[in-house]
Design a protein around this ligand. Structure first.
Ligand code: SF4
Length: 397
């Protein structure tokens, strides 16, 4: 257990409030029963704080090295997780319930998941290396970057390498094999590159695609929306209800409430999105208003400013922080935000490792502000209290 590792269920990472682990929901879905198992175990073995990550994982905080092992065992015993490989695979959460999601999505993702778990030669991939299967539809993952992304395209499937302008069409039955070749190609050519976009920038993508027997010809078309909030119809009578999790964090009782909601209003499953929300599917249109009224602790309105705020735990949750990033971010909820604001406890930018229109970065107990950049970029203002930073953001975002 080494500080700084990208954690998973069996490899805890030390943080300011103890150790943390991540559960990767199979097919991005948790049953209500699984959600309760996680909530109970998070309280028994950790601090009871449960977070959703920007990769659709469920993160448990406040563990010890010993209790992290007990938590992992509880997940395996309850069938919430197995001891498969450590690869990161994100897939469309609405496969099988949203008719606009490509019908092969679950098959393609399952085949790739198995192939990655069984491959014995991919352990050298960087911890953060992300595979993605995006079947499109209402909760499509067009805006999610992945090192190797498989996306529904042109009535079939195509594969993109992060940073490459063109993707390659691929037969659905060949995807798992092709992705393994691409991942092996990355390992062979990486020369110290930690992410696919670095390798593509230095060497291009043509060799990798050629090794996989693919021809890149499809523009990326990376548009779309990062989910929605509230009810969206999937047919005449049924639909999905997207509940945002404020700042991606809740306590065990919150997760139990979500489990009760999905049983009472939906199909008894929580579909986890990478934009820190859960979607309840199978919700009757005539019950959507009642669900919205009951869900007082969650984001149910598109205009809720908290939709536009991403924050890491900051202090005391993380030892690297000198500011209470998540608690301070609550102050921004009063600012009418129209674009993303990232509140980062330090320059590492864990919660949003990409450029944002505005990034507030904790340093020596105060905040610097970076415009159109990452947390580690040069700020245009420095040494502010959160109250002063909030005033400065008024009218700027
Ligand atoms: S950005 Fe810094 S303070 Fe926030 S979680 Fe990462 S290391 Fe900790």
């Amino acid at each position: 257990m080494i500080k700084g590792w990208c954690p998973d269920l069996f490899t805890p990472m030390q943080s300011g409030d103890g150790w943390l682990v991540r559960v990767r929901p199979r097919r991005s879905v948790l049953s209500a029963a699984e959600a309760r198992v996680i909530a109970d175990a998070a309280e028994r073995h950790g601090s009871g704080v449960v977070e959703l990550t920007n990769r659709g994982n469920v993160q448990i905080r406040g563990l010890t090295p010993a209790s992290a092992g007990l938590f992992a065992s509880a997940m395996v015993e309850a069938g919430v997780a197995d001891r498969g490989g450590r690869h990161n695979l994100l897939m469309s959460a609405l496969a099988g319930v949203d008719p606009s999601v490509h019908p092969q999505t679950a098959c393609v993702a399952d085949a790739l998941d198995r192939a990655l778990a069984e491959a014995g030669d991919l352990d050298g991939l960087p911890d953060k290396f992300l595979f993605l299967v995006d079947g499109g539809g209402a909760a499509g993952l067009q805006l999610v970057r992945a090192d190797i992304a498989v996306r529904a395209s042109h009535g079939g499937w195509a594969i993109w390498l992060d940073g490459a302008p063109l993707g390659a069409l691929c037969d659905g039955n060949r995807i798992a094999d092709a992705v393994l070749v691409l991942a092996r190609g990355f390992l062979a050519l990486a020369k110290g590159a930690r992410r696919m976009c670095q390798l593509v920038k230095s060497d291009g993508a043509a060799d990798l695609f050629r090794q996989a027997g693919l021809a890149a010809a499809i523009p990326s078309g990376a548009n779309g929306e990062a989910g929605w909030v509230g009810f969206r119809a999937f047919g005449a009578e049924m639909g999905g209800f997207d509940l945002g999790i404020p700042f991606g964090q809740m306590r065990g009782e919150g997760l139990r409430e979500l489990a009760a909601f999905c049983e009472g209003y939906g199909d008894a499953a929580l579909r986890i999105t990478p934009w820190r929300s859960v979607i309840l599917a199978g919700v009757r249109a005539d019950r959507a208003d009642a669900l919205g009224r009951a869900a007082t602790d969650w984001i149910t309105e598109a205009q809720d400013p908290r939709r536009h705020i991403v924050a890491c735990p900051g202090s005391p949750g993380c030892a690297s922080a000198t500011v209470r990033a998540r608690a301070d971010a609550e102050m921004l909820a009063a600012v009418p935000l129209a674009s993303l604001v990232h509140v980062s406890g330090c320059g590492k930018g864990c919660a949003h490792p990409f450029p944002a229109p505005m990034t507030l970065v904790g340093r020596d107990g105060a905040y610097d502000i970076v415009r159109d950049g990452r947390a580690g970029d040069a700020p245009f203002a420095a040494g502010l209290t959160m109250a002063d930073a909030a005033k400065m953001l008024m009218g700027m975002v």
